[in-house]
Write a protein that binds this ligand. Structure first.
Ligand code: KIV
Ligand code: ZN
Length: 515
């Protein structure tokens, strides 16, 4: 199925732009690339890699994605300013298929109170910015911010102007998650009536989940003629989030007989993409989240279990395998060799060679010695862990903890720094606090602990712990992450990595201007 087919719906993924605008998320360039590579494997059509003007780190991240991800169109967001478009061009110049995404608000509320511009000025800026963008690339998307609260006649005038200036995709966002499916269908039908030439371009929908209607609204948009849907993995994004990629794709697939639309997504990559995005953003997926929540395919009530055992279709409308969940079997044990590890990664779709393979094998051996079975989920977490752009100045050699209910905890640590080893001991309010205090006696970071969380990579008593530590120093944040069989060890390593980033002066990208 190709994008010239009238039933084909393009998936425009904005995990790395709108998704990354979620409070507390800040991906560095390497992390953006890792997610973009997985989105390419997933088969999305367009990756919105960021908002170039927001920071030099953002230009670097978008640039890295543009250089290395060849299978998708790569987009960067812009206000109607030349400087924005120039920054996007700097970031996208090496993309095989670059797209500029230009937006301006069209509701009276936004024009008057946010932009402080007249409607005439908005029309004029639209014309100039879209024409300028088209002078650089052939693929230009234009969005009317707060479209669903805009006057239909005025929005039609702006859309007409954008099309005349060369826009090839027109996006009608429900910026504040306010519309409903019936109303959205109506807004889009009216727009088509007012601007018949819109049929020559691609109509796009972009919805937010403030009322829990994002997915339903996007599908209503597709029914009204949209052939591009803007989504984020796990539904992350501003406030209550964006329409979730996995929900749109699986709704169109599961109810294909009803809707008759297709996408180019390889659905068996959905679960893995969800896990990667959750791990790198630090945003857990709620257990009952549609499609990718850990309970989405679990059956608790006896009567349901009985039905499923007799025939899965009694209570399951999709099978777990279709989103790539059934692949979590045991793959390797402690006697497996380097070739077996490389082959397991290859079967999972990863090419791991040379020094990367050496490092991965060393990490695998460490884990396999202590964990009975090593599953695909474990291998995936180890790969993310070692490919992270973290400074390894301090390496945890030993961590011993003494802790009992109601008593102060005690930690002894040994840390290697190059050829030297340092030892320290400290007490704390619980084992993690004691460990961090002892480590800090060695690394003496001036930063304060802002966030700490730990998740189990798989179920079971011997699950790997995936820890994330965020330190704050002089208004900047530094994130360390680590995976280990013992959660306190993972936490200690994550702390050391974050402290090393503080010492090296490598903060997370600055919070960017919100759109
Ligand atoms: O929600 C919104 O309106 C946006 C636009 C910039 C497309 O994210
Ligand atoms: Zn948005």
């Amino acid at each position: 199925m190709s994008d010239t087919d009238s039933t084909y719906v393009r998936i425009f993924d904005t995990t790395l732009r709108d998704g990354e605008q979620s409070p507390g998320i800040s991906l560095n360039a390497q992390e953006k690339l890792e997610i973009a590579r997985q989105l390419e494997r997933l088969g999305v059509d367009i990756i919105e890699a960021g908002f170039a003007i927001s920071s030099p780190g953002e230009v670097e991240g978008i640039g890295l994605v543009a250089k290395h991800v060849r299978g998708c169109t790569i987009a960067s967001l812009n206000r109607t300013q030349k400087a924005d478009i120039d920054a996007s061009w700097e970031a996208l110049q090496h993309a095989e298929r670059p797209r500029f995404h230009v937006f301006i608000a069209t509701s009276d509320l936004h024009m008057e109170h946010k932009l402080r511009m007249t409607p005439e000025q908005v029309v004029e800026q639209t014309r100039e910015a879209v024409a300028y963008a088209r002078s650089k690339v052939a693929d230009v998307e234009f969005s009317c911010e707060d479209a669903t609260r805009s006057r239909p006649e005025f929005m039609a005038e702006v859309v007409r102007t954008a099309l005349q200036a060369g826009a090839t995709t027109i996006n009608i966002p429900d910026t504040v998650g306010y519309t409903t499916p019936d109303e959205y269908r109506e807004i889009l039908a009216t727009l088509y009536e007012n601007v018949p030439e819109l049929h020559e371009a691609v109509l796009s929908v972009h919805t937010h989940n403030d009322l829990g209607l994002a997915t339903a609204n996007s599908i209503a948009g597709v029914q009204a003629g949209a052939r591009q849907v803007e989504v984020a993995v796990n539904g992350i994004g501003e406030r209550a989030g964006n329409s979730a990629l996995e929900e749109i794709v699986m709704a169109l697939r599961t109810r294909n007989a009803l809707y008759g639309f297709t996408t180019g997504v390889e659905t068996r990559e959905i679960a893995r993409t969800s896990r990667l995005v959750s791990r790198l953003t630090g945003y857990p997926v709620q257990p009952n989240k549609a499609i990718v929540g850990k309970n989405a395919f679990a059956h608790e009530a006896g009567i349901h279990q009985d039905g499923v055992l007799k025939n899965r279709r009694t209570y399951e409308i999709m099978d777990a395998e279709s989103i790539g969940l059934a692949h979590n079997e045991l793959v390797l044990g402690k006697h497996s060799g380097r070739h077996a590890l490389q082959k397991a990664y290859a079967d999972m779709g990863y090419t791991v060679e040379g020094d990367d393979l050496k490092r991965a094998f060393a990490r695998f051996k460490e884990i396999a010695d202590r964990k009975k079975t090593v599953s695909m989920l474990d291998l995936e977490a180890l790969l993310d862990d070692q490919s992270r752009d973290t400074a390894e100045r301090w390496v945890l050699e030993r961590l011993a903890l003494r802790t009992a209910t109601g008593e102060t905890s005690h930690a002894d640590v040994v840390v290697r720094e190059g050829d030297e080893t340092h030892a320290a001991a400290a007490e704390g309010d619980g084992p993690i606090d004691a460990a961090f205090n002892a480590l800090n006696a060695i690394v003496a970071t001036p930063a304060t602990l802002r966030e700490f969380n730990v998740n189990a990579v798989t179920g079971g008593n011997d699950a790997l712990g995936d820890a994330r530590v965020v330190l704050e120093h002089e208004g900047r944040t530094y994130t360390g992450q680590s995976v280990a069989p013992d959660i306190t060890e993972a936490a200690a390593e994550a702390f050391l990595r974050a402290a090393a980033l503080v010492a090296a002066g490598i903060p997370n990208p600055m919070a960017r201007e919100s759109v």
